[in-house]
Structure formats: structure tokens, C-alpha cells
Design a protein around this ligand. Structure first.
Ligand SMILES: Cc1cc2nc3c(=O)[nH]c(=O)nc-3n(C[C@H](O)[C@H](O)[C@H](O)COP(=O)(O)OP(=O)(O)OC[C@H]3O[C@@H](n4cnc5c(N)ncnc54)[C@H](O)[C@@H]3O)c2cc1C
Length: 508
């Protein structure tokens, strides 16, 4: 354990137990059926926990492959098959709940390899390194303020320190009451940071939440600073699978759920939900009805709104849920992912993953041929490289290929050698499925429990009472949904964990 973590522990910066779990039988004492709609992280996390406790669980996934936004699928390239993925993901070390699900299929998490460094690239300023800070606060913050080339003493003097205080006083109620109506952009402007510090230290971070600062709640931004930096005992360094997500995660998790008596059905979109005397019926697109006492809806926000709208019985069964859908179902801005198979490689000292600041489109670069086994083999065989470019919140209405080309050109301004690499293949996508965290959204954000008995929600747009985000929020809400079902049926619940629940300077 690093010294900063020892100091952090003394002031409560450590793993906290949100729900100790337990409290019931190891297996449900009578037959219980549950249907989970959506086979991404949220749905599969719920299914894992339910299946372990003997619940007869069926996962219905619309796509031909599992994983949703962490999905992977086969792709035919002219020189042979390759797996493609929905996009590079950083598995942070404070993702306690997601990691506990992954430990079911790899107890040592050996498939997750540490990624050296977390540089932020800019065409205007020298690279900023986030991955090598001490892991825990307050040492990480002090080191950032002392070491960062983007912040000098004079900048700190000129900064509005009172405006920065909310970043250190995160509170799950007060922060939202005071800041949810304001935008992240207003909050950052009020800090009076020099442009360089704002660009290099704050903007890349805020873009990672798939929302524009001008359209994102300041409270959500404060919550995410707390979750990733100012309340996180594990640091900003992260790990990544060394195989594609289907091989490393989805195939083993499917086998695990099936071994515990569950079923996972891909290519099976849920088309409609109905209340029945004994619970719920999910009718799939082929007309098959799936009856269960409990139903977990673990789909992305626009899919949830569409499913609710296609279910004429829901306004009577779950009026509050239905009322929240018009706001919740509107996703954040589109994001773009472009995977390039190129002739030749970039410089050997380029990092596996880099964030990018102040390019019009490009937000991150990942060198897949230095990350996962299959692209590594392809690059060794061909002398080429596999490079993935992301835009986390881009201009609407622009075709995927055009966004891909804009990102490629922007990359060449950061890494000039990339201009010499001929494009062999490109797979480009633009999607809008990420939750929006607009100002005021906390008031209508649905939680796991709905106003209808036996109907639960899970996913990265669902509210939690403890710090969480992105993949970790999906896994945590999936587990919390499963726990509601297990407790209702008399079975032991699963522990839920998170980081320090409040900011370092938050009042009790
Ligand atoms: C490009 C990109 C990069 C990212 N990077 C990171 C990162 O570095 N770190 C991080 O923590 N997070 C990252 N994320 C976010 C992360 O992917 C999501 O938070 C997480 O995967 C969401 O999981 P989920 O289960 O909540 O939703 P989803 O993954 O959206 O799963 C929902 C599932 O429901 C299915 N579905 C929809 N409608 C129906 C229906 N009617 N019937 C049946 N099934 C249906 C969908 O097909 C999908 O499989 C990234 C996301 C993207 C897009």
C-alpha cells in the first residue's frame, strides 16, 4: 500500500461498505423467477447475483452479442476475422462492485493489466501526466498542484479558492441541492483558472462523462471529481483487459450464469411489458411471453423510454416511472468511435492510452496493438497498427466516417508520424446512448426501485445514493436491483461497496 493510501485511510479515504449484504438464506427458499432485460454490465451483474442465489433468471438481450456499450463482436477484414469492440474502457481500481462481479470468472483479475501512465495530449501545451500521481487524497491533490506544469503558484493565488471548495465538500444531498441547477461550465469558470490549467486538468476529465460542460450539471461534475480523484483511495491509474471483451468477460460470465441455472438469450429484444396477477410479462419481438415475479430493466436511457412507451399498461402500473421517461429518455450528445487498421506504427514511446485536450473532435487515442492479444498478433504479422479514436461528446448529425476522418486528421497534429500511415481498414460508429446529466436532472433521475412492485431499474443513468459512475454505476445498480429481489424473497443479499461517501471537507 502506498504512503498516500495509509494517510488517506487515517482520514477515511478507503473502501466503504454501503450495504453489508447477508441477512437471509444462501438460496431462495422457494422457486422465484426473474427476467432481466438488457445484457450489458448492469443486466449481467444483476443476473450473476440472482443466479447464484437460486433465482431462475433469464436475460433478454436485443443485440446478437452481449455487453452493450462494452460489447465486442466478430468483424470480417480482408485479411481475416478480427473482434471489434464498442470502444476502449478504463477499468478503474475503485470499481469495487464491477470488479467483484468480474472476480466470479477470474478471482485474481489476471486478465486486467495495468496501463502505464495516463497522459493528456495537447497541440498547445506540454503533456500532462495523470497516471503517476500518488493514489489517494489529499496527497494526489497536493502533488497535482505542486507538480503540474499547467498550474503555477501565481495561478493558485489568482484562483477563487472559495469557488473550489465545493469540489472538496461533496455531499450526496447538499451538493445536489446547491449545484444541480448550475452548469459544470459555470462552476469551472468561477474557479478563475488560467486557460491552460482548465484545458489540461479539467476539460478532458469532464468530457469523459459524455456530456458537454455547458449542458452538464455542476453537481454531477463535483460528484465525479469526488469519485475519481478527491475521494478515491485507489488512484487514477487503471487496468484494461488483455483480450477483447467477449473473450475476457462476456463468454465467461455467460457460462457462469448458465452454470447457476440462468439463461442468457441474445438477439431477443423485449418489445412490451405488462403487469400480470403474479408479477410481470415481457413480450419479445417474436411474440414470446416471459413471465416472472420480478423484472429488472437494464437498458440504456433511450431504450428504456422506448420500451416504456410501447407498454400501454405501464401508466397505470408505474405512473411515476412513466412520468420520468420524457426527460430521462433523451440521451446525452452523440459519441463516435473509429477503429483504424493502419500500415506502419506510431512512435514506440507513444502511450497505450492518451486523453486529448482542445481538439475539435478527438478526445482520446488508444493503441490496441499494444493492448489486446488479437490486434497485437495482427500488427506483428502485418507490421501495421490498430488505433482507436474516440469523441465523447460530438456534433450531432455528422456521419461516422466524417467524424473518423476529422479525428484522424486531428491526431496527426499531435503525433505527426501518424500522417504517414496508410489506412487499410476503418470501422466507424456514431451513437447516442449515454445518459444525459443536464442541470436539474437529479430531481427526475429514477432510482433502482420504481413505484411498481417487482419492477427495478439498473444502468449508468440510474441514481445511486453513494458515489459511482459509468461501468461501476451499471454494476452497482444491477447488484442493488438483485438485492431488492433477494430480500423480498428471503435470500441473503450481496454486499455493495463504494469509496468515501463524502468529500474530505464536507460537514456531517
Ligand atoms: C466509447 C465508450 C467508452 C467508454 N469508456 C468508459 C471507460 O473508460 N470507463 C467506464 O467506466 N465507462 C466507460 N464507458 C461507459 C460504459 O460503457 C457504460 O457506463 C456501461 O457499459 C453501461 O452499461 P449498461 O449495462 O448500463 O448499459 P448498456 O451497455 O447500454 O447495456 C444495455 C443493453 O440493453 C440492450 N437493450 C436495449 N434495448 C433492449 C430491449 N428492448 N430488449 C433487450 N435488450 C435491450 C442493449 O442492446 C444493451 O446491450 C464508455 C462508453 C463508451 C460508449
Amino acid at each position: 500500500m502506498a504512503l498516500s493510501q495509509v494517510v488517506g485511510r487515517l482520514i477515511g479515504v478507503r473502501e466503504h461498505v454501503v450495504d453489508p449484504g447477508g441477512g437471509g438464506a444462501p438460496r431462495v427458499p422457494r422457486p422465484v423467477r426473474a427476467v432481466v432485460v438488457g445484457g450489458g454490465i448492469a443486466g449481467m451483474s444483476a443476473a450473476v447475483v440472482l443466479a447464484e442465489r437460486g433465482v431462475d433468471v433469464t436475460v433478454l438481450e436485443a443485440a446478437p452479442t452481449l455487453g452493450g456499450r462494452l460489447g465486442a463482436w466478430p468483424e470480417e477484414l480482408p485479411d481475416g476475422p478480427q473482434r471489434n469492440e464498442h470502444g476502449f474502457h478504463a477499468f478503474f481500481r475503485q470499481y469495487y462492485n464491477w470488479r467483484s462481479i468480474l472476480r466470479r470468472v477470474d478471482p485474481e483479475l489476471g486478465f486486467l493489466k495495468p496501463i502505464p501512465g495516463y497522459p493528456i495530449l495537447s497541440a498547445q501545451w506540454p503533456t500532462e501526466e495523470f497516471g503517476k500521481l500518488p493514489p489517494a487524497p489529499p496527497a494526489n491533490l497536493l502533488a497535482l498542484l505542486l507538480r503540474s506544469p499547467s498550474l503555477r503558484l501565481a495561478d493558485l493565488r489568482g484562483m477563487d479558492r472559495d469557488a473550489a471548495l465545493p469540489l472538496l465538500t461533496y455531499d450526496p444531498e447538499r451538493t445536489y441541492a446547491e449545484f444541480d441547477e448550475r452548469t459544470a461550465d459555470e462552476l469551472l469558470t468561477s474557479l478563475r483558472l488560467p486557460d491552460r490549467a482548465r484545458a489540461m486538468l479539467f476539460e478532458v476529465f469532464s468530457h469523459s462523462f459524455f456530456n458537454h460542460e455547458a449542458e452538464m450539471s455542476a453537481a454531477e461534475m463535483i460528484a465525479q471529481f469526488h469519485f475519481y480523484l478527491l475521494g478515491n483511495p485507489e488512484g487514477l491509474a487503471f487496468d484494461c483487459p488483455d483480450e477483447d471483451y467477449a473473450t475476457a468477460i462476456w463468454e465467461p460470465l455467460t457460462r457462469y450464469v448458465e452454470k447457476h441455472g440462468g439463461r442468457v438469450s441474445t438477439g431477443t429484444p423485449a418489445a412490451r411489458l405488462d403487469r400480470t396477477p403474479d408479477g410481470w410479462r415481457v413480450t419479445t419481438a417474436d411474440g414470446t411471453g416471459h413471465d416472472a415475479g420480478h423484472l429488472v430493466l437494464a437498458v440504456d436511457p433511450p431504450a428504456l423510454a422506448a420500451l416504456v412507451a410501447a407498454s400501454p399498461g405501464l401508466p397505470a402500473a408505474a405512473p411515476e416511472l412513466v412520468a420520468r421517461m420524457s426527460a430521462f429518455g433523451t440521451p446525452g450528445p452523440p459519441y463516435a468511435v473509429a477503429r483504424y487498421w493502419l500500415d506502419g506504427d506510431v512512435r514506440a514511446d507513444r502511450a497505450v492510452f492518451s486523453g486529448v485536450s482542445r481538439q475539435a473532435t478527438l478526445d482520446s487515442v488508444t493503441l490496441y496493438h499494444r493492448l489486446e492479444e488479437e490486434p497485437r498478433r495482427w500488427a506483428a504479422r502485418t507490421g501495421g497498427s490498430v488505433i482507436e479514436l474516440h469523441a465523447y461528446a460530438c456534433e450531432p448529425g455528422v456521419p461516422a466516417e466524417e467524424l473518423a476522418e476529422r479525428m484522424r486528421v486531428e491526431l496527426t497534429t499531435l503525433w505527426p508520424e501518424a500522417a504517414d500511415l496508410r489506412v487499410r481498414e476503418l470501422r466507424a460508429r456514431v451513437e447516442a446512448q449515454a445518459p444525459a446529466f443536464t442541470p436539474g436532472s437529479h430531481a427526475w433521475r429514477p432510482g433502482v426501485r420504481t413505484d411498481a412492485d417487482g419492477l427495478y431499474l439498473a444502468g449508468d443513468g440510474i441514481r445511486t445514493e453513494f458515489p459511482s459512475a459509468l461501468m461501476e454505476r451499471s454494476a452497482a445498480t444491477g447488484i442493488v436491483a438483485a438485492n431488492h429481489i433477494l430480500r423480498a424473497e428471503g435470500a441473503a443479499a450481496e454486499p455493495v461497496r463504494s469509496i468515501r461517501p463524502r468529500g474530505l471537507l464536507a460537514r456531517r
